[in-house]
Design a protein around this ligand. Sequence first.
Ligand code: SF4
Ligand code: SF4
Length: 424
Amino acid sequence: MGITKPIVIEKETAVVDGVDISGAWNRMFEQRVIWDYDLRHMEKVTALEGGESLGWCYQCAKCIAVCPVDIVGDYGPRKIFRKLQTGMDLLESSDLWLCTTCMNCLRVCPKEVNMVEIMPAAREQAILDGKAIPDELQKAFDNISKYGNPQGESARKRADWVKDAGVPVNILPTTKKPVDVLWYVGSYPSYHGRGKDAAKAMARILAALGIDFGILAHEEKEDGDSVRLAGEKGLFEMLAEENIKVFNKYRFKKLVVTGPHEYNAFKHEYPKLGGEYDVLHYTQFLAGHLEQLKPLLRKRVSARVTFHDPCYLGRHNGEYVAPRNLLKAIPGIDVVEMFRCKENGYCCGGGGGGMWLDSFSRDFTSERLSERRVREAVEVGADILAVCCPYEVSRFEDAVKSTGHDGKLVVRDILELIDDSMRM
Ligand code: SF4
Ligand code: SF4
């Protein structure tokens, strides 16, 4: 590495086409400084399948303005590119784990530098090379691999929430009945206290609409999309194969999911492994039944509500309308938008494995992404922060407490708000 020429070169006397450009006027006419970088670390990433596009960066910095991690820290593809040029080994760096694969940088990048592919590829390589990975992430991988869910709960308890749903729920492994809708519930709605509230609400809404639906109960396993994005591709493939085998045992017309990550997995990743389904996120499915739903929404939910777009429903899959249509159909709700919304929605920090990296990320950010988002909801005067991703209820409820907004802002899944409005 080195400077081969002085930075400024001026010819004392120069006349070009009759114009005197002597001295300072002819700066730049000579070749400028050329740096020779040691590209070993860069090439380690760009040589990976999926990592190529990092090398296309031309340092325009558009990505930095929209990267949610940079807003609370020091991050983004441009900065990673520069650090790789100047000696950082991404596979050994904390930068490897901070990206949530939210896709906001790709949305604005003129060179299509794709962190959604670069990061999983680099993480996979780090895992294959036996590099240290954050403990909490390792724990989630172990739980998912052993128990089929990140919480490390028993598969037998997966449908325990059904007992308190207040409506009959068809357990397919028991009844083996063909159904119109196979509802993939997901791990957080099955096991997490607040997730279960949303699951019960969904069951009541489907029952009220007269939908013929069933669930897989103990036969359902984590979908694996976040595992894949966090670099454990092998575990993802194992989960996908097992889930596909279970789906193939039953007859159904539509697959409806509670979470955007499952939606992304079943829509884009499972088909590569032979599992093709007519899949809808629950907001899309219910928005498709809005005319039947409206007469059931009798109770006013008087509140100012702001909606957080999940990265994997919005930016990754283009759905911004269905959740808003559901909210607007609930009598009494006044929907207000946050400054960062829809295509430029802020990330809650849970994607791409971030759900299992909170303690790790804390050392590299001034506040959690979920805390920043809660502040944004408070700034627009919202009483309720509405969500439709099972990762978000717990993340935002914690953030409401840690930012001192307990009692001022409430976090509710859209399912809960619909269910509230259906109860007289
Ligand atoms: S927007 Fe794309 S090209 Fe511009 S700095 Fe970021 S990664 Fe590089
Ligand atoms: S995908 Fe999101 S978190 Fe990752 S670098 Fe891009 S903007 Fe930042």
